[in-house]
Design a protein around this ligand. Structure first.
Ligand code: PAF
Length: 281
């Protein structure tokens, strides 16, 4: 695997790849890689000739400096994992390489900005679109791969691609789970054994919702889910929503796509999870 830390070196390499008519797949990450990320790499390999994984803990998407400071950084293990997955290129710039210190960014992404994650993490999606735009401009990927776990992020990035007419295809890859159902996340590293046990209530509640989904009883289902999670010790629920899969506004009976989304703190660790409930033709 080739490792680049500067934009210039990466661009030089990409020019050669493009001259050889290779298609380029980009998997943007913040590192602390797990099997969920590996599944993105595998999906990318199935669709493209040359795969780039970026690792950059992007400061502008953290509204809480403590969260940024304690975000896991495991670059040696990440490199090993990417090598085992046969990833072609790792791009791991430092902060100076990505930001010149004097930048303005604002993209009007409409209602998605202040709902759910946006409400609990003000400014988060401005930071996400800012860095993803930079990566897209640099790499000019044919296809970019993101996990379903950050469902709202995928909608926000899709909106950016549409607003700015960016020539990239986006692919959303399914959530990877531990055998007991916990959604894989870089943040799981911070869970104590007790937190981890309590955190299972999130996937269990989403399973229950999936098993009992009835578009005519969304309010009742949501109330039950809130009670299930609210009654779990050690868990502080931020939101549980059964939402329209396109707008993330509360779902209505004839929403074409419905998704249940949850965010909660297990001890000190903030976790998110979701399940797509129905896809109507
Ligand atoms: O999903 C993530 O890891 C990040 O939000 C992303 C897309 C790499 C942007 O920093």
């Amino acid at each position: 695997m080739k490792i680049f830390t500067t934009r210039e070196a990466l661009q030089k390499h990409l020019q050669q790849a493009r001259a050889a008519h290779k298609t380029i797949g980009l998997v943007p990450t913040m590192g602390a890689l797990h099997q969920g990320h590996v599944s993105l790499i595998k999906q990318a390999q199935a669709c493209n000739d040359e795969i780039i994984c970026s690792i950059f803990v992007n400061p502008t998407q953290f509204n809480d400096p403590k969260d940024l400071e304690k975000y896991p950084r495991t670059i040696e293990a990440d490199i090993q994992m990417l090598e085992q997955a046969n990833c072609d290129i790792l791009f791991s710039p430092d902060e100076k390489e990505m930001y010149d210190g004097n930048e303005q960014w604002h993209l009007d992404i409409g209602g998605l900005e202040n709902l759910l994650e946006g409400k609990f993490r003000p400014g988060h999606y401005q930071g996400v679109t800012q860095i993803v735009y930079k990566l897209f401009s640099l790499v000019k990927p044919d296809t970019a791969f993101f996990g379903q776990k950050d469902y709202q992020q995928f909608l926000v990035i899709s909106k950016m691609v549409e607003l700015l007419s960016l020539p990239v295809k986006l692919v959303m890859c399914p959530i990877k789970r531990e055998p007991d159902g916990l959604a894989m996340s870089s943040r799981n590293i911070h869970l104590t054994p007790d937190d981890r046990q309590h955190a299972l209530t999130l996937s269990k509640t989403l399973d229950w919702i999936e098993g009992n989904f009835d578009a005519g009883n969304i309010t009742g289902l949501k109330r039950n889910a809130e009670l299930m999670i609210g009654n779990e010790p050690g868990i502080e629920l931020e939101y549980f929503e059964i939402a329209d899969g396109d707008t993330l506004l509360p779902a209505v009976e004839d929403s074409k796509k419905v998704v249940a989304l949850v965010a909660a703190r297990a001890g000190k660790t903030r976790l998110i999870d979701n399940v797509i409930l129905s896809l109507k033709p």
